[in-house]
Write a protein that binds this ligand. Sequence first.
Ligand SMILES: [Zn+2]
Length: 309
Amino acid sequence: MNSHSSGGHRLLLKTGITALFLFLFQVGFASAAPLKIVTSVPDLADFARRVGGNSVEVLSLASGKENPHAVPLRPSYIAKIRSADLFIQMGLDMEHAYAPALLAEARNLRLQPGKEGFLDLGEDVQAIGVPVVFDRADGDVHSKGNPHYNLDPVQAQRMVRAIGVRLAALRPAEAVQFRANADLYVKEIEERLGSWKARLSGKSVRFISYHPDFAYFAQRFGVRQEGTIEPKPGIEPGPAHIEALVRNMQSRKVGLIVKESFYSDRVPLELARRTGAVVVSVPIFVGATPEARDYLSMMDALVSGFATQ
Ligand SMILES: [Zn+2]
């Protein structure tokens, strides 16, 4: 009877210790609150979610459905930036119209350029089309060269790795997991890159687009840009430019008009009617269209658009 009772005590004691450890574990776990990340565009949010997993909470300022150079300033974003641990942007002035103003208004000292909470992924990009002379008064929005490098999957892989390195610096205790998550996503992109290249190889695609969004994509996949509907980045075309485009498309045998999803189809359809070219509407950011759920599905839809010719 005596021994039975002491066994019962030991069991109770054991259960108590287990409960105590569980409690301490949960407290410890809860104290590591998710890192709060704000990104300018949704592709970066997709990368950050994949790398950070459950250890991050991510908000993208742009939805992907709007022109990336003209994302509306929402006052509600200021509070999000004020409490964020990390801000990630494409840079090369892509976010010129909204990010600097929001960051200044939020006055979050951790997120100032040069601090660990500010990651500008454009700093390591060899930009295409850097203007020799630049005057914003012209309306040109590519002041530091073309910032649309997100459509090159090799750049995407570099961005995923860079985000992994920065998250590891912000939270060293989870560095191994962040590295593993980044490696896995880089590998997935690598596998898809092979099939995307295969779909476009040997097709000699010649195209025009609305805005010079495909400079890096064209370089990676060997498709040929023969002009843009905008005479300069950010400037709507006049009749003289449209006439010149029609002549150029006819003489260069351009059969494809790639329209970024958020642009009007008025001019693309007019050009199609006059030249016989086909218009395809494509996403150029995650979230731009229903099928562009993440970076891989966005690129799938984009490559399909180019492969229609
Ligand atoms: Zn642009």
